[in-house]
Design a protein around this ligand. Sequence first.
Ligand SMILES: [Zn+2]
Length: 332
Amino acid sequence: MKIPTGTRVADTPVSNIEDNFVRVQQTLANAVSCAGVGLHSGQPVTLTLKPAPPNTGIVFVNRNGKDGASLAASIEHLVPTELCTAISGNGFQVKTIEHVLAALAGLDIDNVYVEIDAGEAPVMDGSAAHFVRLIRSAGITPQNRRQPYLKITRPLEVVNGDRLVRIEPSTTTKITYSIHYNHPLIQTQTYVYEHSAHAFEREIADARTFGFLQEVEALWARGLGQGGNLDNTIVLSQDGILNESGLRFANEFVRHKILDLIGDFSLLGVPFIGHLIADRSGHAIHTRLVQQILSHPDCWVLLDGDETVAASKPRSAKTAPRPTSLVALQAS
Ligand SMILES: [Zn+2]
């Protein structure tokens, strides 16, 4: 595989760490669809996940009209937004992609086309649970290419006032997230997540998005959050929540922040090995750390599956995994 300039390849071809992360790429066995509304637009939308060949990555396809433009879910297409993660390019924009991206990254799906007929992904129940069920019903199928991993070798961080997100070297993919809100149901919540598809499904996928009543009302006044309601958002009142069904976990709030972080970090273009530590963080600084990582190739190595397992095999640009973010970095 063609590795970006300045990228160090791991010195020891096969270590215990790398062994654990050597796996083949995965896609879906079948196409699956769901329909819902956008959280902010309130617009009806149909989203279809379709199998994609090896080295495709996650690619959104515009099915609004007939142009069929495609756009990689990659950090270079990120557009600044306040309340969600959005990408734009090739003549279309798609917002609130973090929960479907989290479901794909959480289940280790590397290649998929995400067809969408509106400018915002459906909110479903405000978590990644529906997308996970959709992916499970489609089936996950292995592909004949190894999946590269980006392994952090030196720490990097983004600090903004009292908000922080940091990544450190680790032998696993791990996230430690802390949030602090002056609310009796939250106060301080810290959660440590060790990535596996099963752990994602069990611990993270069901956690719903949340907002404070006064903020939700302010959003509605600005014409945002039009698709938001108690079926897809936990709404916090002064001392409780408005949702009669209650919480799915006592610490559902911090678990949802981890869900968002997993979705945002998938814009890196390859899965990572490292320990992410976040405190009072949010979409904007999650994605700034992704940008930092890509602009500091001295702080990571790319573990190329083909390299680690079959080092003698000749590299071919045609067959090599080409994570779009890394390709863009190389071109810049
Ligand atoms: Zn979210």
